[in-house]
Each structure stands twice: as C-alpha cells, then as structure tokens.
Design a protein around this ligand. Structure first.
Ligand code: HQG
Length: 178
C-alpha cells in the first residue's frame, strides 16, 4: 500500500477539492468518514477503509489530519484552499521569530509583495528552521526567511496556531521579513 499517495489523496480531497467526489465538508473542515470511504476513488488500486485511514492519520509526519472524538469525522487541520472551510483557530502570541521555507526563485517577488497566501487561506510559518527547510525543499533550491513575528503581533497582526503546530497569518509585509 502506498501510504504517501493515499495521504496526498486525502490532502487533496480534505483541503482542496471535496467537490471532485461530491463530499461535503463543514465550515470547520470535517467530513463524515463513512461518506469519504464510500465516495473516494481507489488510490493505486487500493480502496480506502477505516483501518487505512486510521493508520494514515496516526503515521502522518506532520499530523495533517484529525479524527473527531466520536470517531465519525475526519478533517485536515490546516492548509485548506477550499472556501467552504473557514476554520476558527485560536489566536496566539507568536515567538519572537518564525520561519518560512520557500524557493530561491520566489525571493524577488516575495521582497516586492511580502508573503502572500496564494491558493491557501493563510501563509504557513514554522517555529523551527528544519521544518521550514523541508517545506521550501519541495520547490527546489531553498531560501529560508526569518519573520519578525513578535513585531508583527505588536502591530496588530493576528497569528494562529493549528493543532499540528503550524503557524498561520494572512500576510507578511516585506518590512517584517529579515
Ligand atoms: C510562495 C505543506 C512569490 C511561498 C508544507 C510558497 C506546508 C510567493 C508558495 C504547507 C509569494 C506557496 C504550506 C510572493 C509566497 N511571490 N511566491 N509574494 N508569497 N510565495 O504550498 O508554505 O505537506 O501554498 O513561499 O509542508 O509552501 O501539504 O505554501 O513557496 O506546511 O501537509 O508561494 O503545505 O504541507 O505554496 O506550504 P504553498 P507552503 P503538506
């Protein structure tokens, strides 16, 4: 079984395109697990089952998914682009610095526009450089940006933290990128 491919499929459905399989997500991102199992397409020839889903949720390196306490529902905790989902995250005071890993080739544009969320609802930041590196690596030669998060907070920017530790903010203006 290709756990990575199944995890990517779940990310695609639960963050971006539930419409593709006519699955409903509520405003907090929850989908009914039985409906997900019924409606999902096979991944590399493997049909989703409750056991497979539970194993993916437990093994997800970034803790991308959450199963509700009653076991009935599943969601991606962050990373949504789907506009049906408008999760309420807790406001949190960030540490002095947060990090964002990106590609070197995006740097010029970032230093013009700041960090923008593009397709997603938030810019994603991490508290440690290694995570930022892993995120940036997906795009090629990595550029790590240090964000003066506490200064942003002091200017009234709202920071949120998802259940898996990822920091979220709507936009990072250029002057806070160190
Ligand atoms: C870049 C994955 C040009 C930004 C990761 C990033 C993360 C700009 C890309 C999570 C820009 C957007 C999110 C500007 C931002 N000009 N480029 N002004 N502002 N960008 O995928 O942060 O494995 O939407 O630097 O690990 O890369 O899927 O965001 O390179 O946690 O669970 O535009 O997704 O998690 O890309 O990644 P993304 P991200 P999963």
């Amino acid at each position: 079984m290709n756990e990575k491919a199944i995890s990517q499929y779940l990310s695609f459905i639960l963050r971006h395109q539930p419409e593709q399989i006519n699955l409903e997500l509520d405003v907090e991102g929850w989908a009914n697990i039985n409906q997900l199992i019924e409606k999902s397409e096979p991944v590399d020839g493997v049909r989703l089952s409750l056991e497979i889903i539970q194993s993916i949720v437990q093994n997800s390196d970034k803790k991308r998914f959450q199963i509700s306490e009653d076991g009935l529902n599943i969601r991606a905790v962050q990373g949504h682009s789907n506009r049906q989902v408008q999760r309420q995250f807790d406001l949190k005071v960030p540490p002095k610095f947060l990090y964002h890993g990106t590609a070197e080739r995006f740097h010029v544009s970032i230093m013009e526009l700041g960090l923008i969320s593009k397709e997603r609802q938030y810019v994603h930041l991490s508290a440690d450089i290694n995570t930022a590196h892993a995120v940036g690596e997906r795009y090629g030669k990595v550029k790590i940006l240090t964000i003066d998060a506490l200064a942003m907070h002091n200017k009234g920017f709202q920071f949120f933290q998802a259940e898996n530790g990822v920091w979220l903010v709507e936009h990072v203006p250029v002057k806070f990128i160190i």
